[in-house]
Design a protein around this ligand. Structure first.
Ligand SMILES: [Mg+2]
Length: 433
C-alpha cells in the first residue's frame, strides 16, 4: 500500500503539493494543490489538458490525470511547506503511452522481468547567465581555459552552496561541485541510484537549480549549446546493471573489468546510438554541440562518432573503471526519463540479441579520429535523427509504435517551426547573393 500523503502532510508540515509531470519536450508541468485536497488527488489524479502541453493529444481528449507517486515526494529545501511529487499520466483509465515517466517505467518492468535493475548517475552541466539569458552571468569569468577555475567557482559560492545544501538535506549524497569547461558553466554531482530515482532527481535538480539561480539574480540554463565558441552542456550518464544486489557489469576477469553481459548491453547501445539520437539529443540546438568545431577551451568534450574506449573522454562511451560505463552523447536538453529509457531499451536489445560493440578504440578521437576507417557517424541535425528514429526496428519493437509515432510527430512539428524562421546567419550569408 502506498503512503498516505494527507497524513504525511500533517506530520511534516506540508501546506501545498506540486503534482508534476515532464512532457515529451522535457518541460516540467504542475498543479499546486493544497494539502486539504491531496487525498482525492492521490486517488484520482490531478486533471490536465494534455494537448496544452507537449503530448500527442487533441483539445477533444478527456482529462489527462496525473497520479502522484508518493515515493517521489521531495519537500522543497528552500520552502519545506511545499511537497513536490512526480506523477504518472493516465487518460481514459489507461497509462498515456507517450508520457515519459510511463515510457521509462515500461522499460524498467522489462528489465525486472529478467531480474535486472539499471542504476544511473547523471552529470547535468548548466550555465549561469544574466537574467535576460543573453550573456554569462559573471562578467569576470572570461578566461579562455576556465575549467575548475577556483576564483570563478567561489564567486558563485552562495548559490552553489544553496543547491548542494539542498541535495544534502534530501539525502542525495552530493560529493563535488566545479566550474566546467565553458565560461559561466558549472556541474554538481550526486551519488548514482536506481534509474527511476535518478530520473526523478534529475528533474528536480533542474527545477531547484533554475529556481535558486533566479533567486540569486541569474538565469540557469541547461541548453546544449548557448554560445557558438564555448563548450556546450552535456548530460553524461553513468550506467551499471544489477541483479540480486550485485553489479553484473563487474567482472575482474573481463576486459577493463567489465562482464560479457555489459559488453552485450553496450553492443545494443552502440547499435542504436544513431537511431536514438533524436531522444538523446532532442533539440535543434543539440546538434550544435555534437559534431561541433573546436571551442575556445581547445576541445568540445562531446562525441561525433559511435565509438567506445577506456578512460578517455574523446569517445561516445568511456569505461572509466570496472563495473560501469559513461554514456557521453546526451546533452542538457535530454529528457530525464526518455534518455535512460532509451539506454535501457537499447541495452536490453543488446542482451537479447548478443550484440557485439566491436573493439574499443584507444586513440584521441579529436585529433586522430579521421585516421580510423568505417567509424559510424552521428546524425548532423534533428531531421536526420528523426528519420533514423522513425525507421528504427529496435525502437519500434522496444518502445512500441504509439510512442515512436507520437514523439516523431511532435518533433517534426518543432522542425517545421524552426524551418519557418529565417536566421541571422542566413541573412548574413545570403543577403548579397
Ligand atoms: Mg562535465
Amino acid at each position: 500500500m502506498s503512503a498516505d500523503l494527507a497524513k504525511i502532510a500533517k506530520e511534516r508540515g506540508i501546506a501545498y503539493f506540486l503534482i508534476s509531470y515532464v512532457d515529451l519536450f522535457g518541460m516540467l508541468r504542475a498543479k499546486l494543490v493544497p494539502a486539504a485536497a491531496i487525498k482525492a488527488m492521490q486517488k484520482n489524479g490531478a486533471g490536465f489538458a494534455g494537448f496544452a502541453t507537449h503530448l500527442d493529444m487533441t483539445p477533444a481528449h478527456p482529462d489527462t490525470l496525473a497520479v502522484p507517486d508518493p515515493a517521489s515526494l521531495i519537500q522543497l529545501p528552500w520552502k519545506p511547506e511545499v511537497g513536490w511529487l512526480a506523477a504518472d499520466l493516465y487518460c481514459g483509465g489507461e497509462p498515456v503511452p507517450d508520457a515519459p515517466r510511463n515510457v521509462l517505467k515500461a522499460q524498467i518492468a522489462k528489465a525486472r522481468a529478467l531480474g535486472l535493475q539499471m542504476k544511473t548517475g547523471v552529470e547535468c552541466e548548466f550555465f549561469l547567465l544574466t537574467p535576460d539569458g543573453k550573456a554569462i552571468g559573471d562578467a569576470a569569468d572570461e578566461y579562455p581555459k576556465p575549467c575548475y577555475d577556483q576564483m570563478a567557482l567561489m564567486r558563485q559560492y552562495e548559490l552553489i552552496k544553496a543547491i548542494c545544501d539542498g541535495m544534502l538535506t534530501l539525502g542525495w549524497n552530493p560529493y563535488q561541485n566545479d566550474h566546467e569547461d565553458a565560461n559561466g558553466q558549472f556541474e554538481m554531482n550526486w551519488e548514482y541510484d536506481d534509474v527511476l530515482v535518478s530520473a526523478d532527481r534529475h528533474v528536480f535538480f533542474k527545477y531547484m537549480t533554475k529556481t535558486l539561480a533566479e533567486q540569486a539574480g541569474y538565469r540557469a540554463t541547461f541548453m546544449p549549446k548557448p554560445f557558438n565558441n564555448l563548450t556546450g552542456s552535456g548530460c553524461h550518464m553513468h550506467v551499471s546493471v544489477w541483479k540480486d544486489g550485485e553489479n553484473v557489469f563487474d567482472d575482474p576477469s573481463g576486459e577493463l573489468g567489465m562482464s560479457a553481459l555489459s559488453y552485450r548491453f553496450l553492443g545494443g547501445v552502440m547499435h542504436s546510438a544513431a537511431d536514438l539520437c533524436a531522444i538523446f539529443n532532442p533539440t535543434i540546438n543539440s546538434f550544435k554541440r555534437i559534431n561541433a568545431p573546436v571551442t575556445a577551451s581547445g576541445a568540445t568534450w562531446s562525441p561525433n562518432t559511435i565509438t567506445y574506449t577506456g578512460n578517455n573522454r574523446t569517445h561516445m562511451v568511456r569505461i572509466p573503471e570496472a563495473g560501469r560505463f559513461e554514456f557521453r552523447l546526451m546533452d542538457g536538453a535530454t529528457n530525464p526519463y526518455l534518455a535512460p529509457a532509451a539506454l535501457l531499451m537499447a541495452g536490453l536489445d543488446g542482451i537479447a540479441n548478443s550484440r557485439d560493440p566491436g573493439k574499443r578504440l584507444d586513440i584521441n578521437m579529436y585529433t586522430d579520429g579521421h585516421k580510423v576507417k568505417n567509424v559510424r557517424k552521428l546524425p548532423l541535425n534533428l531531421l536526420d535523427a528523426l528519420r533514423l528514429f522513425e525507421k528504427s526496428s529496435v525502437a519500434r519493437a522496444g518502445f512500441g509504435d504509439a510512442f515512436v509515432d507520437s514523439y516523431a510527430k511532435l518533433k517534426h512539428e518543432e522542425w517545421r517551426s524552426f524551418m519557418a524562421h529565417a536566421s541571422t546567419w542566413e541573412r548574413t550569408y545570403t543577403i548579397d547573393c
